[in-house]
Design a binder for this molecule. Structure first.
Ligand SMILES: *Cc1c(COP(=O)(O)O)cnc(C)c1O
Length: 564
């Protein structure tokens, strides 16, 4: 981490020095030396590169307002759940004060009669109270939870007056989260009763915990091959290498020509038993496409050939694709599912996500099949927290490892955060038919995507798999369509992709994200459709054309000079 910051600072200083030098050479564009750039690509993730462009954009030559479509953070939030959380917190504080109240000191909430007191406190004519009433009714009538138990658990949890217990997940929370995953990601498969949940500090923590536990438990060893579905969100790509688990990663690539689905030739790679794990983001980031039904079916065959394969799927964008079905719903035994509320509900600061795993899963079998010496090592590792370390399921080991085992009894996600997750889940679950909030989120990114593609003169991809949270745009293809192939070739030779992005930021105030940083092909940029308003995307297209026009003038001038 420190190294990354240090590198960013160094590169930033190089850039600062390069600017005046380049300007001295006849006001030319900022152009880094090719070698330095190749190094920079290797050393820096796309995120650090974008951070530099953010700086350039602030003082852009045109004096335009900054349009930053580099971020995945949405520009919306879900308001209802924030109101509901606050309201429920107030109710729970009242419950504590019933027990004891002296100055600012109050007691604990009580189980007896909490359901009746909740009914008496809620006003059905108030929209927030009406939501809470509907949410509790859903838990009682549909999930079969006991009303008093539910309200006591949620009350204690929102107050946060006990350690999370069980550490992995509060019982009512687990039932609610299971119902949410089933409704949004399984596409009709019924897996909620057989799925266990570990709420985490967002999807990022989930990934780190899983990799840590896979490595610690010898399920992934130095030299093992892991396959990664590319192009992929950069920090994730760096987990296996940067964290130094000594894993060898192979790419399982998708391209625009294949509709960003994984083609047969790539899927075959997974059949090799030397490939121990497959890690994918579905729908993907940056391409923002879900796997097709056909590919999901094909993956069943993959697992028949490679039954020990551990699949790790990050489905944070699942609710943005139509008729989405997670790999977990097809291969529950082999798949670890990660979900995060960050994007759909505008909750990146809350740090709320989860790991879901089947009670019957490949990791537990692989633990049983480990060589005796590994088992002996793990027995001694987990003996400090359980009397039967051999029997400890993999997911519980993930929980223990998240606090270096020793502090297992204080592990688990903060209880108020678990309540917030429940509010989010229930804001969806109370609708029997279509959830209007999820529809609105989808319509929102769709409108932005359509406006952008129209303005760029590119065909819109209307496939059900297109989640439209981001889009990858090929700048060279746009240049070729607008001015012809010769110009596109010239541009490719005279500007690197980072030159182009620096110009777009420094001259036009537009920040986009570096495509090759995601393993996408040279010339592509990622545009986030989540963080600006529809009209801003039209403006981005227009500024991009302005820059291409300036390049074209330069190209023509050079052509005249060459001819002379
Ligand atoms: C944004 C994003 C997440 C969310 O991460 P959090 O840590 O939950 O905020 C997860 N996975 C991918 C691929 C993402 O792009």
């Amino acid at each position: 981490m420190k190294n990354t910051i240090l590198r960013t600072v160094i590169i930033y200083l190089i850039l600062c020095m390069a600017v005046p030098a380049a300007l001295a050479e006849g006001g030319n564009v900022i152009s880094l030396h090719q070698e330095a750039e190749a190094q920079l690509e290797k050393e820096l993730g796309a995120f650090e590169i974008t951070a530099m462009q953010r700086e350039l954009a602030k003082t852009n030559e045109a004096g335009y307002s900054v349009l930053d479509a580099g971020r995945g953070n949405p520009n919306w939030i879900n308001a209802q759940t924030r109101y509901a959380f606050t309201r429920f917190m107030n109710f729970a504080i009242g419950e504590c004060e019933l027990d004891m109240s002296q100055g600012s000191m109050a007691g604990h909430g009580k189980l007896e009669g909490v359901g009746e007191r909740f009914d008496a406190a809620m006003n059905p004519d108030d929209p927030t109270d009406a939501f809470l009433i509907a949410a509790v009714d859903y838990c009682v009538n549909t999930l079969g939870l006991d009303k008093d138990t539910l309200l006591k658990e949620l009350g204690d949890a929102v107050i946060g007056d006990y350690y999370p217990s069980p550490s992995r997940c509060l019982p009512c929370t687990e039932a609610i989260q299971n119902a949410y995953l089933q409704s949004t990601l399984y596409n009709g498969e019924d897996l909620s009763a057989e799925t266990q949940i570990f709420p985490t500090e967002g999807g990022s923590a989930a990934m780190v915990y899983i990799f840590e536990a896979l490595s610690h438990n010898k399920l992934l060893k130095a030299g093992d091959q892991i396959a990664i579905g590319t192009p992929i969100f950069t920090p994730y790509m760096q987990i296996p290498s940067v964290k130094d688990y000594g894993l060898v990663s192979i790419d399982v690539s998708s391209t625009e020509e294949d509709g960003w689905d994984i083609p047969e030739a790539e899927l075959v790679k997974l059949e090799d038993p030397a490939v121990k794990a497959f890690f994918l983001v579905n729908p993907s980031n940056p391409a923002s496409h879900a796997l097709s039904e056909k590919t999901l079916k094909r993956m069943e065959l993959v697992v028949e050939k490679n039954p020990d394969l551990i699949i790790l799927t990050d489905d944070v964008y699942g609710t943005f694709a139509q008729d989405f079905k997670t790999v977990y719903a097809v291969l529950p035994y082999n798949t670890i599912l990660v979900y995060s509320y960050s994007k759909l509900y505008g909750a990146t600061g809350w740090r709320v996500g989860m790991i879901a795993m089947n009670k019957d899963n490949v990791c537990d079998r692989l633990l049983r099949e480990l060589p005796e010496e590994d088992k002996a090592f793990l027995r001694s590792e987990y003996a400090i927290v359980t009397s039967e370390p051999d029997e400890m399921p993999f997911l519980d080991r993930v929980v223990a490892d998240s606090r270096s085992i020793g502090l297992y009894h204080t592990s688990g996600l903060s209880t108020p955060s678990q309540v917030f997750m429940d509010m989010l889940a229930l804001s969806h679950l109370i609708y029997e038919a279509e959830d209007p909030y999820i529809k609105l989120a989808n319509d929102t990114v769709r409108a932005r995507y359509t406006a952008l593609m129209n303005a760029l003169g590119l065909p819109a991809d209307e496939s059900a798999q297109n989640a439209r949270y981001y889009t990858l745009v090929d700048v060279l293809a746009i240049a070729s369509a607008r001015y012809g192939e010769d110009f596109a070739d010239w541009l490719k030779d005279s500007r690197t992709e980072i030159d182009f992005l620096n110009d777009l930021a420094g001259k036009k105030g537009v920040v986009l994200m570096y495509g090759p940083g995601f393993n996408a092909s040279e010339g592509t940029v990622r545009i986030s459709l989540a963080n600006l308003y529809t009209e801003d995307y039209v403006e981005i297209a227009s500024r991009l054309f302005e820059l291409l026009d300036e390049y074209y003038t330069e190209y023509e001038t050079e052509a005249v000079l060459d001819a002379a």
